[in-house]
Design a protein around this ligand. Structure first.
Ligand code: R5P
Length: 314
């Protein structure tokens, strides 16, 4: 790789950063991200970055605000150290679900976070499976939104080796993502439509499509409480699915999500390492991690060499 390029990591996902560095044949740039007693963050870049093309790898995952602040302060330190170009590589872009006003007098926090990253000094952003594609427009700097679909499609073909597959979107909002995967693996598509007929009544899950006898593969961008995917799996099995598998890009896994998934009838739950897997995730009986270092590394390499990133997804 170009010797005027550097990769620097925040504390959110060091193993992923090391995987990306090894793909690129680089060592992570020397930097210290420390805390003062009151938890203020202090950053010191310990090597020369003047004139360099620098990539900062940091997911704004739990604890979201600390990791976001680390990203901003590292960016500021690099800008003040005369880096030539700074790319914020944010595999999991937290706050993405706050992409519109859900009611009066509420914020659009995804826009605020985009402004913060830009004003801190980032020249570009590289991210993965953004919750809503239009968040790219919240930035006035270039944003490359990578897709997990090619890695997921390859995993389905190589690891699951199933016949009679149906791709299922767990909600109406995820149809575009699910359709893209269905196209890649040449499988039909179904949709779970959640509806609450009256306030106070529990949700009714309607399946759009006939899933009877199919090996269903649920696909989602985020697993948070696990409710969406576990409930969808229940509904699919009730409607005669032969088995249910789930693929998800960002493993937020809040609260009891891991135990909920372990106790569910989902045969295998595959999640990328865009967010560093906790010990509970690593030992869960039906959760497997799908590494993305190669995809990120290749996208970084193409950015550094000014070659096409979108052709990664042809
Ligand atoms: C929602 O629009 C997202 O795509 C996910 O479906 C949602 O964030 C999952 O949340 P949970 O796991 O809490 O159901």
């Amino acid at each position: 790789m170009s010797n005027s390029m550097k990769l620097i990591a925040g504390n959110s996902n060091r193993p992923l950063a090391e995987g990306v560095a090894s793909y690129l044949g680089l060592s992570l740039a020397k930097a210290q991200v420390k805390r003062f007693a009151d938890m203020e963050i202090f950053v010191e870049i310990q090597e020369n970055v003047r004139g360099e093309d620098v990539f900062i790898l940091q997911s704004t995952s739990f604890p979201a605000n600390d990791h976001l602040m680390e990203l901003l302060i590292i960016t500021d330190a690099l800008r003040r150290s005369s880096a030539k170009r700074i790319t914020a590589v944010v595999p999991y872009f937290g706050y993405a679900r706050q992409d519109r006003k859900p009611g009066p007098r509420t914020p659009i926090s995804a826009k605020l976070v985009s402004n913060l990253i830009t004003h801190a000094g980032a020249d570009r952003v590289l991210t993965l499976d953004l919750h809503a594609g239009q968040i790219q427009g919240f930035f006035d700097i270039p944003v490359d939104n990578l897709y997990g679909a090619p890695i997921i499609a390859r995993d389905i073909k190589q690891r699951l080796q199933l016949k009679n597959i149906m791709v299922v979107s767990p909600d109406v909002g995820g149809v575009v993502r699910a359709r893209a995967l269905a196209k890649r693996i040449d499988a039909p598509l179904s949709i779970v439509d959640k509806r609450r007929e009256r306030a106070g009544e529990s949700e009714v899950m309607n399946i759009i499509g006939d899933v009877e006898g199919y090996n269903c593969i649920l696909i989602d961008d985020i697993v948070d409480s696990g409710g969406t995917l576990c409930n969808a799996a229940e509904a699919l099995l009730k409607n005669g699915a032969a088995a249910v598998y789930a693929y998800c890009t960002h493993g937020v896994f809040s609260g009891g999500a891991v135990s909920r998934i372990s106790q569910s009838k989902i045969k295998e739950f595959v999640v990328t390492d865009s967010i560093m897997p906790t010990e509970a995730v690593k030992v869960a009986r039906n959760i497997r991690t799908l590494p993305i270092a190669e995809l990120l590394g290749e996208a970084i390499k193409r950015t550094a060499t000014e070659s096409s990133v979108s052709s990664l997804f042809d």
